[in-house]
Design a binder for this molecule. Structure first.
Ligand code: HSE
Length: 398
């Protein structure tokens, strides 16, 4: 019997209890053991809930309980999650978490400590919700040099962009609708400014290259500047605007960024709509592979957490199979990453730009302005060319 404690009985934590109960037979077959939730930590009481009797408000009851083998952390944030998780590991318990902030901020230390204590620290659900991506990266794509990772890693922003594209509505109106449907938080900053995607691409990059990536080094731009006019241009040229988290090796340098991109219809990420997430990984031998599914949501995310539990049970006593060294990877400025760019200028500025930009022009979409698609250049070069002009929009174009 493996006893599990859950920290945080919110959406994901209650989902973990549900998956363990409803799928107990298959979980036993795959892990070789009975897995039981024996304690749940939450500040709240849950009168009438089927797990009411398991609730405790005191973390000491969990960390000091020798019968608890695995701690699931689904509280979110880093305080007190980091303290609780570190203490659980030091107490010899494996930890499975869905918390990307915890992993992005403290992954290096928690992995090192878990190795020292010979327990597991797994975090499959922290990126891409229910999509299996971290384990495949470490167990399946191991004969390749990974050249790039590109992902739609945030359901909220993909929902908003998809709605803007389909309804022709403004960012502000669609955000309100997303909030009323529960797809966006009351304070949507972390999603719409790209911070959530930034932590996820930091984790993917660290895991891929086996060393720490500071998410603060990743140039991050969200979707708040995307307008219905940008969408009209995208539609006219059969493109879609998607918020991508990306890291890429070029000429021996590592670039990482979060930015909206205008994607071509042949791009595998082009059809990924609504709250869905997808990640493409390019190996030097393998070429592109893609992972697609629900990047958020109770059962899907909980399923990934429980998969981690099954792995922790199966591999109990074995050394932690994650390479993530403290050595910090240098992330180059995204300003120096070459891309093509979509630029909107007023007709007056467009005349001045004629001599500056090597471009394709898109006319007749919005009166009084012109859209340009530049040749490949760095953002720094583009800024130089646009000096003195008032660009109405600049979006990377893949
Ligand atoms: N707010 C996140 C999203 C939740 O929309 O993808 C999952 O990390």
């Amino acid at each position: 019997m493996t006893n599990v404690a859950i920290l945080g009985y919110g959406t994901i934590g209650s989902g973990v209890a549900k998956v363990i109960k409803e799928n107990q037979d298959v979980i036993k077959l795959n892990s070789g053991d009975d897995i039981k939730v024996s304690k749940i930590l939450d500040l709240r009481d849950f009168p009438g809930d089927e797990n009411e009797s398991l609730i405790t408000h005191d973390y000491e009851e969990i960390v000091n309980d020798p019968d608890i083998d695995i701690v699931v952390e689904t509280m979110g944030g880093t305080k007190p999650a980091f303290d609780f998780v570190k203490r659980a590991i030091l107490a010899g318990k494996s930890v499975c978490t869905s918390n990307k902030a915890l992993v992005a901020d403290h992954g290096t230390e928690l992995i090192r400590t878990a190795k020292e204590k010979n327990v597991k620290f797994y975090f499959e659900a922290s990126v891409g919700g229910g999509i299996p991506i971290l384990r495949p990266l470490k167990t399946c794509i191991v004969a390749d040099q990974v050249e790039s990772i590109r992902g739609i890693l945030n359901g909220t922003t993909n929902f908003i962009l998809t709605k803007m594209e389909k309804d022709g509505a403004s960012y502000e109106d669609v955000l309100k609708e997303a909030q009323s449907l529960g797809y966006a938080e009351a304070d949507p900053t972390a999603d719409v400014e790209g911070f959530d995607t930034c932590r996820k691409i930091a984790i993917l990059t660290a895991l891929t290259y086996g060393a720490q990536v500071d998410y603060q080094d990743i140039d991050t731009k969200g979707i708040t500047q995307i307008t219905s006019e940008d969408m009209e241009y995208a539609q006219k040229i059969n493109r879609k605007i998607k918020l991508l988290g990306m890291s890429k090796k070029e000429n021996g340098k590592l670039y990482a960024l979060v930015a909206p991109y205008m994607l071509d219809e042949n791009d595998p990420l082009f059809p990924v709509s609504g709250v869905f997430n997808a990640i493409t990984v390019k190996g030097n031998m393998l070429g592109d592979v893609m992972f697609y599914g629900q990047g958020a949501g109770k059962e899907a995310t909980a399923s990934a957490v429980v998969t981690d539990i099954v792995e922790a049970v199966k591999k109990h006593g074995e050394p932690l199979d994650i390479r993530w060294e403290a050595e910090k990877l240098t992330v180059e400025s995204a300003d120096e990453l070459e891309d093509r760019f979509f630029v909107r200028l007023s007709s007056q500025d467009a005349a001045a730009a004629d001599t500056l930009l090597d471009y394709e022009r898109i006319e007749g979409v919005i009166p009084g302005e012109v859209g340009f698609i530049t040749k490949k250049m760095t953002y720094t070069e583009l800024q130089g060319k646009l000096d003195g002009l008032n660009a109405l929009s600049v979006i990377r174009y893949a």
